[in-house]
Design a binder for this molecule. Sequence first.
Ligand code: FE2
Length: 615
Amino acid sequence: MLYNVSPRTAYELLKKVATPVTTRLFPRFPKVTANRILGIACTGHGASIAYMDSSGVLISSLLERWTGVKYMMMFSAAEEQAIRYPQNDVDRSINYIFTCRSGKFPECTTFEQSFMPWMDWMLKDIGVRAEDIDLVITSDGHFTTGWARLGPELKRWFPKAKVVRAIEHHEIHQRQAFWQSGFPEAAVLTLDTCGEQLARLKGRKLSGTISTLNQSGVHKIFREFRFPEMSAGLIYDTTTQHVGFPQGEEGKTMGLAPYGETELFDQLREDLLLYDDGGFKFLDNDKFTTVLNEYVPAREAKGEITQRHMNVAYAGQAIVNSIVTNAWKAAMNLTGLKKIVYAGGLALNSVSNDIAIRATQPDAYYIAPNPGDPGQGLGCVLFGAYEIAGWAPRHNELPEYLGPKYTHEEMKDLAFQCGYPATLPNDLEPVIARCIANGHIIARYDGSAEFGPRALGNRSILVDPRRPGMKDYLNSRVKHREGFRPFAPTVLEEYSKDWFDLDISSPYMLRVVPILPDKIDLIPAVAHVDGTARVQTISNQENPGYYRLIDTFREVTNIPLVLNTSFNIAGKPIVEKPQDALDCFEQTEIDILALGPYVISKLPLDRYLTEESSA
Ligand SMILES: [Fe+2]
């Protein structure tokens, strides 16, 4: 029943209509001498900042990680008041967007109150202050931080800096993708729900672009897709809302879709036309919402998930798979390039990514590790370094872990003063690997935090993938997630082909791939209902400590992978600081916290090393 008309083949079944192609060269920015660059991005999906200098330092932080409040937003003070208590139609419409799903105004802070403490915290270890910054790059207002309200503040805060403002939303997504890839030249695809209102388009918004970039910064635009009529993100948002998940929880729809049947998709597929230029025609959003409501009423947040709701998730996923695959194909055809890079919120849809890659077979591809709006702080900094300051950062492919650093001294104090048994093992990884193999729940906290939304080992909860009951055990004791949602594996890179249908590394968990049929029963805790997994591959070079932990687990169990889920409590962001890690450990039934080189456990460590859990 599942995937009996697979979204993988649905793309081929739909009609295609050619439309004309236009190309234009995007204007270059004047060069500025700058060695220390700060990028700031703030959208309806949260805020991020990034710092890069010509000596090779690169740090980035999401506002939510600093504050500990998930999806926290940042406004200017005036803007916050204007949107919270709207007096005109524009502010009323923004207020509606923020409040319609949750019924309340989003958790937020103001630039005036929080920006400088946040930035000082991020830069504390490298001794850089606001007056040292040479160049500041900001996104244009998306929903928030319009230049008129923020600009004068930035000029005051960064007295020596050249402030470059108002880079368009999709211009930044393009840089997020391309400048991290290391490719000399590439087709650049961006897809999301929408960017900001653009004066050059008489107030219209974009929902995606196809362009090319090369290492000289030459940028050609081939296609711009307009919101709302060509927004794949809007289709997915509407689907997600209908199945009862809030903004930011689109991954739940992706997890629910494989439980669905094709009934609704079969009904909707004739309404989808795919164009050769990557665009598409589908029901307008009101009509789509009406069709969904006629099929099944929208699910309340905690309501029952019926088979029809699962069918809605399936249909939304299948439609988006088709649109994304068609856009990948168009990006390569229009530009004539077989290397492709991809960013925008849609690029977090790991199911669509894998289907598009298999269908289009690029020579090489790069999907930004933090491709959505929270990764735009880094996009701004890369834009500044390559295209305004005119130097290449000392990174080829950027590392996964870009958060601020913490000292072992700080962790030692917490470990030995927290009141739980704490030790400093001579050889950490074999101890942790044996505890995982015994079925216990381990939190691993080490080094800098992951830059993207997915935990990649430094802020991860790790358990044994072999145990069929582990998913429920983990959910009941720590994660409290919906039972239908899958957990992901981290596999040693050199073993990934033996376990998954995957012939290339997948370091950022951005592809959902089939588990090889003869291996599914060996790793039930990471197998989704359709036999797939959202794989993270890990190499020794990327993260030696995490790699060695899994390799030691392999020596004990013959399984070269562990279940890896983010180190947080439901509804909270991934832990950032050592104290956050300890708080999460205390508030949940995590058995062991590996805090840097220290091991903190609820019971004496020997018990976990010698006794099996009930999972
Ligand atoms: Fe976006």
